[in-house]
Design a protein around this ligand. Structure first.
Ligand code: PGA
Length: 249
């Protein structure tokens, strides 16, 4: 399967910076066609930029996603954005359950499941984020935590066509720390077994690694079986770094 090189811009970038970034990525994909043979770009941009950026998407090369959406289909929910609206402006993916949403907005597995479901029901792909905290890792509870998050956050009708899993150990996000290659491999293998057991076509579902992936560690991480791409924050704010990660795939 092609590696999915997903940028999570979070609350960063101006409109001009966003457009320049995308143009640079497209130019680089044109100059190095072998990148697109092995990997695909996905940029999860702030809501307000999506309708301006999505006409620049190229099938099999670069697509656009959102970083969250409402669990509701539509209605009186001031300030919320629906999955249907995201589809309407040309998004293909929506991140749900990022640890920053779980932490700062009190999102729990039940809510993340509802959001993923509405994303899938609207014909989009849900990127469901899971991952343990430092305290849980230190207590050696990471597998237990990740299993519970996965089974409770990923809807029953998830399949390789409509769902991507992002394993992001919280202690690795934005910290410059990453798990050892052995620990990363163990967790991704574990997630793969769960997906095979509980979900249709779970053997083919993309499992992304996220948390301080950068040009220095990407090659090693992306060479691990069952790491099918990255969800990249800090290193996806500079085109050169983002492209370097893609090249290492
Ligand atoms: P980071 O963020 O690459 O800056 O660690 C990843 C993420 O939060 O998705």
């Amino acid at each position: 399967m092609k590696k999915l090189i997903a940028a999570n811009w979070k609350m960063n970038m101006s409109m001009v910076e966003a457009r320049n970034f995308v143009m640079n990525v497209l130019q680089s994909a044109k100059d190095h066609p072998n990148i697109s043979d092995k990997s695909e770009f996905l940029i999860c941009a702030p809501f307000v930029y999506l309708s301006a950026l999505s006409p620049l998407s190229e099938k099999g090369v670069l697509s656009f996603g959102a970083q969250d959406c409402s669990q509701h289909e539509q209605g009186a929910y001031t300030g919320e954005i629906s999955a249907k609206m995201l589809k309407d402006v040309g998004c293909s993916h929506v991140i749900v359950g990022h640890s920053e949403r779980r932490d700062y907005h009190n999102e729990d597995n039940v809510l993340v499941n509802e959001k993923a479901k509405v994303v899938i029901d609207n014909g989009l792909t849900a990127i469901v984020c899971i991952g343990e905290s430092l305290r849980e890792r230190e207590a050696n509870l990471q597998k237990e935590v990740v299993k519970r998050q996965l089974l409770e956050s990923v809807p029953k009708n998830a399949s390789a066509d409509n769902t991507v899993i992002a394993y992001e150990p919280i202690w690795a996000i934005g910290t410059g720390k990453t798990p050892s290659l052995e620990d990363a491999k163990q967790m991704h293998d574990f997630i793969r077994e769960l997906l095979k057991k509980y979900y249709e076509s779970g053997e083919n579902m993309h499992i992304l690694y996220g948390g301080s992936m950068n040009p220095t560690n990407a090659e090693e991480l992306l060479s691990i079986e069952n790491i099918d791409g990255g969800l990249i924050g800090g290193a996806a704010l500079k085109t050169d770094d983002y492209l370097a990660v893609a090249k290492s795939a």
